[in-house]
Ligand binder design. Structure first.
Ligand code: PLP
Length: 353
């Protein structure tokens, strides 16, 4: 095996997919499985499809492009770029939108490609990332309902992201009500009322989702078995589907404080050190070019991760009882952000088991 590596247990992942799909289906909620954290790896996406999700969703059209052979609807999560309008209509069936000018370009592209492109309008209910403020929604819909090649199929909200706003029953009820109002005002049928991401799983676990809300877009909840509002574990899911592995290339007893006048480190910052005497220090052949450092923890909990530069990671092995040697592999638990960074690095080997 090559290192550094991101190991992925496909059996556990499949089980997580089935558990979350079942949890949602019981409440008549469809699942848009979000694939952005692993850069749209088709082998992982296939596990989602086999596990019974209703849509594959990603922020990048480049990732959705890889799913051309999957017989499932694809959703573009990030508000489309006008410059990509043709690709958006070609490779996604539905896109999330918040700009009239962009939807007009999607309409033109759809006419040229002789397709009907479906849109979900995002409504900003306080998180202050994407979306139209509720007071502007009717004006907005008026401008897009008559566009050819475009079908308005739903509305959605995103929370827990930029502003970290926690979804509540009343926020989601507000979304459902906005949908009902639009249906009567414009005499249309909205198939999708999409109530957020893995943060909304918390309300599902509490059985506190308003009727009428019928879709969630879930990434982290499936991959790590957690809801993200409070980091509660989801019952009957695995939290260790992903493991990051790196090889020890140097192992020596050295002081804990650098010797000499301390200036700036490799990243232009002045580091501060606590004197812990002589420690057993290991260097791993990986660095922040491979994985985001703050979000990984050694599986051997007596090992401490003390720092990293672009391609070297330093660990303190003083307290561990295991006799590690050069060439051994250390394993780490990962977070959503570190799955993303490791998947993005071309140096990290993806291994399925
Ligand atoms: C990333 C993203 C999601 C999924 O978020 P998770 O926390 O991984 O569940 C849902 N919707 C949008 C718009 C996103 O960008």
């Amino acid at each position: 095996m090559k290192y550094p590596a991101l190991k992925i247990n496909l059996k556990k992942l499949h089980s997580n997919v089935e558990t979350i799909v079942k949890l949602c289906k019981e409440k008549n909620i469809s699942v848009a499985a979000v694939t952005k954290a692993f850069c749209g790896n088709p082998q992982i996406a296939k596990v989602f499809v086999d596990g019974g999700v209703d849509y594959l969703a990603d922020s990048r059209i480049e990732n959705l492009k890889k799913y051309a052979n999957f017989n499932i609807h694809k959703i573009l999560l990030r508000i489309p770029m006008i410059s990509q309008a043709t690709d958006v209509v070609t490779y996604s069936d539905i896109s999330l939108n918040s700009e009239v000018s962009t939807i007009k370009e999607l309409s033109k592209a759809a006419l040229l490609l002789k397709k009907i492109h479906k849109v979900i309008i995002m409504i900003d209910l306080g998180d202050l990332r994407e979306g139209i403020l509720p007071i502007h929604i009717e004006d907005f819909v008026k401008k897009i309902v008559t566009l050819e090649g475009i079908k308005l199929v739903g509305i959605g909200v995103n929370l827990n992201c930029y502003g970290g706003v926690i979804p509540t029953y009343s926020t989601l009820k507000n979304l459902v009500n906005i949908g009902k109002k639009l249906e009567t005002t414009f005499n249309l049928n909205l198939d999708i009322i999409s109530g957020g991401n893995s943060g909304s799983l918390n309300l599902l676990l509490e059985d506190n989702i308003p009727t009428g809300l019928n879709n969630l877009r879930i990434g982290e909840g499936i991959l790590l078995g957690v809801e993200t509002s409070f980091q509660n574990l989801i019952p009957d899911t695995y939290n260790d589907v992903f493991t990051f592995c790196a090889e020890i290339i140097e192992l020596k007893d050295k002081p804990s404080v650098p010797i000499g006048t301390i200036g700036l480190n490799a990243f232009g910052k002045q580091p501060i050190f606590e004197d812990k005497g002589i420690m057993t220090r290991g260097i791993l052949a990986c660095g922040i070019q491979d994985i985001s450092l703050e979000q990984i923890t050694p599986k051997d909990t007596s090992i401490e991760l003390i720092g990293a530069s672009s391609d070297h990671m330093i660990v303190d092995l003083t307290k561990t009882n295991i006799k590690y040697k050069v060439g051994d592999i250390l394993e780490f638990n990962v977070s959503y952000g570190s799955i993303l960074s490791a998947s993005t690095s071309e140096y990290v080997q993806i291994e399925f088991y």
